[in-house]
Design a protein around this ligand. Structure first.
Ligand code: ZN
Ligand code: ZN
Ligand code: FE
Length: 756
């Protein structure tokens, strides 16, 4: 007795080998019928016995191809048809394939075998891919995702590739970037002047790397700058030329075995390293690693990733390197280079040689960054491999565009129950980043076919993203306070909708009172917030100058502490010239160029400077990271005290903290003791304040957000203390806790306002 069913599958089910998967399953269970791509997803009509159809349906999800992400499966009964076979129907060309676009994906095991197999026709071919792997998002001009709409359009397939593309049983059935030596893109090696170097590009590139040269290597979402990671001189040259001092460099290793030689790799790390997303994974470095010390100076962690393109695999296979530095090819904070000519021009004086190819990157996409060391996967930079996979919202919401903040910018678009975060744009401080920001909006709106009904932007009037939003005509605009957006982002990710207590600790965010907020406890929902507690205001002497020179924050907090604190601290600020200290003292006392701040990041800076850890930084948060690095787990070390001032809004005071640090310095205590007592004291005071607010309000759900939650002792300590007090805690996982995640919060707040 046969039955017939229509099975509709939504999600990322096109361009990932889903129809061949359906076809193979149908054959296995002796079904007849058909499968086709439609606007709504993949639609299957299948006919056979009831148990066979049940097994078929189970197999659809259970055995789905690696890159497929199934949203929903809907089954309806149909009348049986007279038919004898199962067929794959072509897409209806009038209907755009309006399902989700897959992200770029690391080379799969099957393709890797072919790449390294001398008998395979793709042996050594640097653009080998299939429906289970390869470029997607970064080569897509517009939808539907068909070869003609990608940068592969200029490479007509040879008969062999075309046959694979047309064969439902081939791994390359409808693999849009399918190519081979005969028909696809090719590598070229250029010297610093852009002149072609004759010979095998991979072999010569490997020789150059071995002799300490800096190579620009074109990847999936942009160029990398690469040097041999065990060659200290080469690493120094790269840093010098790139103007990237002390900031950790990402390291690519050939395989897991090498990763385990460099770092302590947990099971969760292993899964992440080998995932199709292939992010850089931050892990605890082993002391005996053979890398140059300057890879990540004074940092206990290393950022490691595995090769994810055939070019990278070929370089490791040919060169036998243990580790290569692979850092984004750009000058300091500019966007990553993607175009060949642009790379040669912009990387002039940085790269000695260029390993390029003629498959255009249409959209830049930096490497993603993640860690698992706090007990769950945390995506710290959400870009290549993750974009444009949506974050699931708890319910359908109006479509809005959120433009994010100023630093680590990433935009967000919502549609139905999906929130699409754009790729990491970076700091909107220069014209090229601003252009990239606009491009990321245009492109994401285009490929997702979203017409937003409102634009959400940060309250800060000076942000370029804010200015862009305010220039848009004929659309409602909704300003969102920075820390409110942080809380809402954490709420959205965790599917919370009612009121929560949001603990938001970060460097900088424009407050509703015009001051620089950053150490905040808010009572919030999507509709609004009130400020329930904050770190007491101190002046921020010199604005952004104070971020580069943590000692300035030490002076500000010392003066705020009153008494003779500043005088007592003088010996510990000995490396700062007297005249400079006096200048900053005058600025603070007279309020010259010194906005008020409640920043938690700047409090870390002040403590780092006073503890003798660091008085000037080369990159954002360096002082805080080094202070964290010397924090011990020893429970017997004790903690510093903070004061809590009562009122409508609790204020956390730092005078006692400063006094106790100075006492410890006088006793000759080392930075690790000071760091430990500071971390523990901060956790205690925050836990105490949150517990009081929970009692005042009856709210027992707490969200953590803000870049300071990258700090592990702070995150884990506060999490534990609040849980012990019977409070539910929620944190970021899929979305960055820093400013890379605020566009999601802006979006849900604006969508909520639109939906009212
Ligand atoms: Zn593959
Ligand atoms: Zn071919
Ligand atoms: Fe922030």
């Amino acid at each position: 007795m046969k039955i017939r069913q229509r099975i509709s599958v939504s999600g990322i089910v096109q361009g990932v080998g889903f129809r061949p998967h359906v076809y193979r399953l149908a054959h296995r269970y002796a079904l007849t019928g058909n499968v086709k791509n439609t606007v709504a997803g993949v639609i299957i009509e299948a006919q056979g016995t009831e148990p066979a159809l049940a097994s078929f349906c189970a197999g659809l999800s259970a055995e789905a191809p690696p890159l497929a992400k199934i949203g929903s499966v809907r089954v309806e009964a149909l009348e049986c048809q007279p038919e004898t076979e199962f067929v794959i129907l072509g897409s209806d060309s009038n209907e755009p394939a309006n399902t989700l676009i897959a992200p770029d994906s690391a080379t799969c095991a099957d393709c890797l075998c072919e790449l390294l197999d001398p008998c395979d026709r793709r042996y050594g071919y640097a653009f080998t891919n299939c429906t289970n792997c390869g470029p997607r998002f970064t080569i897509l001009r517009h939808i539907p995702y068909d070869r003609k709409n990608t940068s592969m359009v200029v490479f007509p397939m040879c008969p062999l590739c075309q046959a694979e593309y047309d064969d439902p049983l081939s791994r390359r059935f409808h693999a849009q970037p399918n190519a081979c030596w005969d028909c696809g893109p090719q590598l070229t090696l250029l010297d610093a002047d852009g002149l072609r170097v004759e010979g095998n590009p991979i072999a010569i590139a490997v020789e150059l790397l071995k002799t300490g040269r800096v190579l620009a290597i074109k990847g999936l979402g942009g160029f990398h700058l690469s040097v041999d990671a065990s060659n200290a001189a080469a690493v120094d040259v790269l840093r010098e030329r790139k103007h990237r001092f002390e900031k950790p460099l990402a390291v690519m290793v050939p395989d897991l075995e090498q990763a385990e030689k460099l770092c302590e790799v947990s099971d969760a790390d292993r899964a992440l390293l080998q995932s199709p997303e292939c992010p850089i994974v931050l892990m605890r470095a082993r002391a005996d690693s053979r890398l140059a010390d300057s890879i990540a100076p004074r940092n206990p962690d290393l950022g490691i990733f595995l090769p994810y393109t055939p070019v990278q695999h070929l370089i490791f296979a040919e060169g036998g390197f243990h580790a290569l530095v692979m850092t984004s090819a750009n000058l300091s904070e500019e966007p990553i280079c993607i175009d060949n000519a642009e790379a040669i021009e912009r990387l002039n004086g940085i790269a000695d040689f260029f390993l390029i190819h003629n498959r255009e990157i249409l959209l830049r996409c930096d490497d993603s960054l993640a860690r698992t060391s706090t007990g769950c996967v945390e995506i710290l930079r959400r870009s290549r491999g993750f974009v444009p996979v949506p974050i699931a919202l708890d319910r359908e919401r109006p479509s809005v565009l959120a433009v994010g903040g100023e630093l680590k910018n990433a935009i967000c678009l919502t549609k139905g129950k999906d929130a699409f975060l754009g790729q990491h744009v970076g700091d909107l401080e220069n014209l090229s980043a601003y252009n990239f920001f606009q491009e990321s909006i245009r492109h994401l709106e285009g490929i997702l076919e979203i017409i937003p009904t409102a634009i959400a932007y940060d309250l800060h009037p000076g942000y370029l993203s804010t200015q862009w939003a305010l220039e848009q005509k004929g659309i409602p605009k909704i300003a969102v306070q920075h820390h409110h957006a942080h809380v809402a982002s954490c709420m959205a990710e965790n599917h919370l909708a009612g009121q929560v207590i949001g603990v938001v600790l970060d460097g900088t965010g424009y407050g509703s009172d015009g001051q620089v907020w950053g150490g905040e406890v808010l009572v919030a929902d999507f509709g609004g917030f009130c400020r329930a507690a904050h770190i007491e205001y101190v002046p921020l002497p010199g604005g952004s100058q104070a971020i580069r020179e943590p000692w300035r924050m030490a002076v500000a907090h010392l003066i705020n502490a009153g008494g003779d604190a500043l005088e007592r601290a003088r010996p510990y600020l000995a490396e700062i010239p007297q005249a400079q200290v006096e200048l900053v003292e005058r600025m603070v006392r007279q309020g010259i160029n010194s906005p008020l701040t409640s920043s938690c990041g700047r409090l870390f800076d002040a403590v780092a400077a006073l503890a003798g850890v660091r008085s000037r930084v080369n990159f954002e948060a360096q002082a805080a990271m080094e202070l964290e690095a010397c924090c011990l787990e020893d429970e017997s070390i004790g903690e510093y005290g903070f004061s809590i001032r009562e009122g409508d809004c609790y204020q956390i005071g730092t005078a006692q903290l400063l006094d106790e640090i100075l006492q410890d310095r006088l006793k000759g205590r080392l930075p690790d003791v000071i760091s430990t007592r500071f971390h523990r004291g901060l956790v205690s005071v925050l836990a105490g304040v949150v517990a009081r607010i929970a009692e005042d309000t009856g709210i027992d759900k707490v969200c953590f957000s803000g870049g300071c939650f990258l700090n592990r002792p702070l995150l884990l300590g506060l999490d534990r203390r609040l849980k012990e007090a019977g409070i539910e805690t929620y944190r970021h996982s899929e979305v960055p806790c820093g400013d890379g995640g605020i566009s999601l919060g802006q979006a849900v707040i604006a969508a909520f306002a639109q939906g009212r």
